[in-house]
Design a protein around this ligand. Sequence first.
Ligand SMILES: Cc1cc2nc3c(=O)[nH]c(=O)nc-3n(C[C@H](O)[C@H](O)[C@H](O)COP(=O)(O)OP(=O)(O)OC[C@H]3O[C@@H](n4cnc5c(N)ncnc54)[C@H](O)[C@@H]3O)c2cc1C
Ligand code: FES
Length: 301
Amino acid sequence: MFPVPFTHTSPSISRATLTQVIRRDSFLRFTLSPSGFSSFQPGQFVRLQGWEGEEPTYVGDLPKPGQTLPLSDPFLQSPYPLLGRSFSISLARLDETGTALLGFDLIVRVVGVATQHMEQYQEGREILIIGPLGKTGFTWNGNSEAILAGGGAGIAPLLPLAQALRRMDIPTQAFLGSRTEGEFPPSSRENLEKIGVELHLTTEDGSTGSKGLITDILEAPLGTPKDYEVYGCGPEGMLRSLCSLCDKHRKPLQVSLESMTACGIGACLGCAVLPKSDTQNHPLKVCIDGPVFQGSHLQWP
Ligand SMILES: Cc1cc2nc3c(=O)[nH]c(=O)nc-3n(C[C@H](O)[C@H](O)[C@H](O)COP(=O)(O)OP(=O)(O)OC[C@H]3O[C@@H](n4cnc5c(N)ncnc54)[C@H](O)[C@@H]3O)c2cc1C
Ligand code: FES
């Protein structure tokens, strides 16, 4: 188990204040001071409902009780999403003793309607958050060293994991990859170095670090007999390759999945992933069964 405040907590609904907003390239980095929880397990996430107060506009006649409306009905028009969006809890902001949680960061990659809306957020804004969510976060299983493998926005949950591991004096290396230099989330590399993690970078275009894919630079360390626990988060293709590499070298792998979620409460199957048939015979839901799974328990498409 990780030390306090990196311990699993059940969710609550609370208001958080944005104390810092950093915009860089396609990323936002928000620092929030939450009032609703004082600990979380690395890998747990929050749902943001930051667009509250911007309810959909009703046009035309209001529907009558019992009337059925097609989902595409223009009667309900809103430039804002109706559903919340999920984001991993990133760097923990701690007091000087390193044991009390003062706040945390979110790293947001701007991809669509909600995240574009979030680009307008300014410091001081209050937002509604539900969390910490997730049945499973990352765990420590007693291995002597840790390897973190993060691609793009997938670096987010690896930051508090690194904080927890280093608090336990576990030697930790991070292998970070992106298409190009500008696609590393703001301050993520600097923060990992401050935490005491040894960094290895790779970019597909060679603009920083070595040129190629993250799995190219992981082949050598994973091929050694060292007792590594591997943790991954990033695009599906990267996680699939990471999983086969860890299988090949018989290293345990935990992955945090950042699939698209809709309801966020286990009702819609929008986030379903398939387990290997020998472990379970029904789909797993990232939002309530995850988001962290053993890499070897999943079927990779
Ligand atoms: C547990 C969990 C943790 C997450 N943590 C983070 C995080 O720390 N930082 C972060 O930036 N994102 C994270 N995500 C993904 C994030 O929830 C989505 O990117 C977000 O919902 C996009 O909302 P949107 O309205 O801007 O995009 P939408 O308008 O809903 O989608 C825009 C486009 O992006 C694609 N898209 C949307 N979400 C995803 C996705 N998850 N994977 C692949 N394609 C997608 C859609 O197909 C569409 O083409 C996480 C998801 C989960 C489930
Ligand atoms: S998002 Fe609906 S079941 Fe997971």
